[in-house]
Design a protein around this ligand. Structure first.
Ligand code: NI
Length: 387
């Protein structure tokens, strides 16, 4: 079965919703207008139940099939945008200064709304579909908040599926893998406290800039010397703040960054090494080095059976040659991981074509992907819940 005819017919309508959402980006949990738009649409489609305020501003719509009893399958989209100044020049560009949909969550929300409309019209399945719209994917852990709010038990969700667009992957293609597909994330802030003084008399100081500079280099040995070369780990220092005069050695320096891993052991080892390197360098130079370490999103782990199932559904929609079933993991983080910790399921990438990359100010979701994404959702629900 290729793209559904009805999904192709609905492309302009869904693209209209997408472009409307694109004009009014909102951040983190503050997705009030977006959630209101989603709620209004779900009610208009005739969902059996529409629940708002889950995980602060998340929305869930329940659609019951007309073929009898069965389990509930969760389909999830994210609603939040990013703090970026848009440079696409599109007629529907962001109208909110400093905010834009640069990760395509406008497209994810619109495609799932399109699927919800279709499924509410046809209801050719047994059991129920829960369409899940979450806030705060970009760092706030909105998916985690919805799970903590009891979403899975409240709607008796048996399995859960997620989708994200991927620039560079041609439109009409899908990509997935079993096991870890996206990384666990952690953030660290390291404060080096030395002893400030005159820049011309360094021997009377403990220079935190020299120590922090060595630290930046030493942290790179975690990936190169402390972990198995075939295990993925990224340690990136992304902030370095110290001093504000030409002739003063400051009292302290601060560096910060992120750690990405695919396995719990490697995540643990990385944190241990960061703490040990900081303690050792502090002792060596007579400085105090404080480490503030926050383990963030867990690994997005695709369950084996559900990955095969999702791959087969994608192949049914797109053709087998258009589905990459064993891609390399992506070292970005994704808070759909919390839903996959709560229930079996799988997360898939959908081609966005040759667009600018995610989180780039020139990025725009590709509306040509809409019928493919919508068809995937519909087919997934109808297959998982076949009577
Ligand atoms: Ni995203």
């Amino acid at each position: 079965m290729p793209i559904l005819n009805r999904a192709a017919e609905m492309q302009d309508e869904v693209a209209g919703w997408r472009q409307h959402l694109h004009q009014t980006p909102e951040l983190n949990f503050d997705v009030f207008k977006t959630a209101a738009f989603v709620t209004e649409k779900l009610e208009e489609f005739g969902c059996d139940d529409v629940v708002t305020g889950l995980g602060k501003t998340g929305v869930v719509g329940i659609i019951r099939g007309r073929q009898g009893e069965g389990p509930t399958i969760g389909l999830r989209a994210d609603m939040d945008a990013l703090p970026l100044k848009e440079i696409t020049g599109k007629p529907y560009a962001s109208t909110v200064p400093g905010k834009m949909h640069a990760c395509g969550h406008d497209g994810h929300t619109a495609m799932l709304l399109g699927a919800a409309k279709y499924l509410a019209e046809t209801r050719n399945f047994a059991g129920s579909v829960a369409v899940i719209f979450q806030p705060a994917e970009e760092g706030g852990g909105g998916g985690n908040e919805m799970v903590k709010d009891g979403m899975m038990d409240r709607f008796d969700i048996a399995k859960v599926f997620g989708m994200h667009n991927m620039p560079g992957l041609p439109v009409g293609q899908f990509a997935i893998r079993s096991g870890p597909i996206m990384a666990a994330t952690a953030e660290f802030t390291i404060t080096v406290r030395g002893k400030g003084g005159h820049a011309a008399m360094p021997h009377g100081t403990i220079d935190p800039i020299v120590i922090a500079s060595q630290l930046v280099g030493a942290l790179q040995t975690i990936a190169s010397r402390s972990t198995d070369p075939v295990e993925a780990v990224v340690v990136s220092v992304t902030k370095f703040h110290a001093g504000d005069a030409y002739n003063i050695i400051p009292e302290s320096a601060e560096i910060a960054g992120t750690v990405r891993t695919l396995k719990k052991e490697v995540a643990k080892k990385s944190e241990e090494r960061i703490r040990a390197i900081c303690a050792g360098l502090g002792t060596a130079y007579g400085a105090t080095i404080e480490v503030d370490y926050d383990a963030n999103y867990p690994v997005t782990f695709n369950h084996a059976d559900e990955t095969v199932f999702a791959s087969d559904v994608a192949a049914d929609v797109a053709g087998d040659a258009q589905v990459h079933r064993a891609i390399q993991p992506v070292m970005g983080g994704e808070d759909f991981s919390y839903m996959l910790e709560a229930r079996p399921g799988a997360f898939i990438f959908i081609g966005n074509g040759e667009t600018a990359g995610l989180h780039n100010p020139a990025y725009d979701f590709n509306d040509e992907a809409i019928p493919h994404g919508m068809s995937y959702w519909v087919k997934l629900a109808e297959t998982a819940l076949a009577a």
